[in-house]
Design a protein around this ligand. Sequence first.
Ligand SMILES: Cc1ncc(COP(=O)(O)O)c(C=O)c1O
Length: 401
Amino acid sequence: MSQISRGAGKALDLFDLRADTPGTKNRNHLNNAGAALMPSAVIDAVTGYLNREGEIGGYEAAAEAGPLLEGAYDSLATLVNCARDEIAIAENATIAWQRAFYSFSFGPGDRILTASAEFAANYVAFLQVANRTGVSIEVIPNDASGVLDPDALARMIDDRVRLIAVTWIPTNGGLINPAAAIGRIAQENGILYLLDACQAVGQIPIDVNALGCDILTATGRKFLRAPRGTGFMYMRKSVVENLEPAMIDLYGAPLTAPERYTLRPDARRFETWEKNYSVRLGLRAAVDYALAVGLDRIEERCNHLSSQLREGLRGMRAVSVHDLGAPLASIISFTVSDWDSQDVMADLTNKGINVSVSPPASTPLDAFARNLPPVVRASPHYYNTEEEVDAFLEAIAGMGA
Ligand SMILES: Cc1ncc(COP(=O)(O)O)c(C=O)c1O
């Protein structure tokens, strides 16, 4: 990326950004909530490292890239505003989330409070742990606009609430839950707060201190533009120090005597010894790239393009936009009357336009409450153009919308 696109206050140089993104030549990619197009810096970091593994050996390549690999923790810490020893890198966000969640202990009468827009993988884990331990899972009500209501949360608090675990931006639409307001309530009451920031990371600025969360988990492959199969967790130092991982290995808990292990002091106690180093370097490159572009500017442009797209759809008679609340994120969920969402996606694919379909099973509570069918999900990112959004809208209009 050339200098011109860097620095606060400067307009983004789309020409540069797209030249940096080989996939923009092939597709109109509006599936950044699925997996964004990686910039060349990310692709080069991964392939360059894999080549070195082939050339000199896996252990030897890791030793050679040692400082770069370590730097991934610094980059992630900068991204979410924490210390490097509060970061653990994982194979995906779900694993990062599970490593934290399954390490808590619950008993009968304990309560976990969650959001109606909770991601299904988190919700099934709640159900399993509820079956095993007797903890109850309770959904925090939304306000009239469909956004989680912090006042309702405050009214639910008692001394049996052990965990507040919510998804910030869900997988099935533009809703943004009030993550910082939830954090204030969690902190005031000394309750652990686990935030799923998968769809937020890389799309909007993240500051774990401003959010007041104890644990934040996120994926690499979505708006952060890292390779698939990457994720990470922030865990507040005071929580790390008092939480034994549900599963340990010789990396997170080295043996210090024949029959004694000592947990690492940092968040890496939640990691394992063996790692995919190439995608870690890709994750680092993606974080550095996002930081260089600037999260404020990314957010601003995502707002601009997603508003254009959403307003365009709202103007079409046969389209229903399903996003709840305001302000909205760069995920637009919709259906076209008389069209199956899979067919909408297939038609767009034939025109070189990438979107995805979010089935009710991804966000079961919300989908059930609103009786949602599978919805088409369009998710522009800062490197998309206004012309691409227009081409998408034209294609939808062509469906008789
Ligand atoms: C809100 C949310 N949480 C978690 C995940 C899971 O992320 P990963 O695939 O990295 O495990 C997703 C993926 O769609 C998501 O949208």
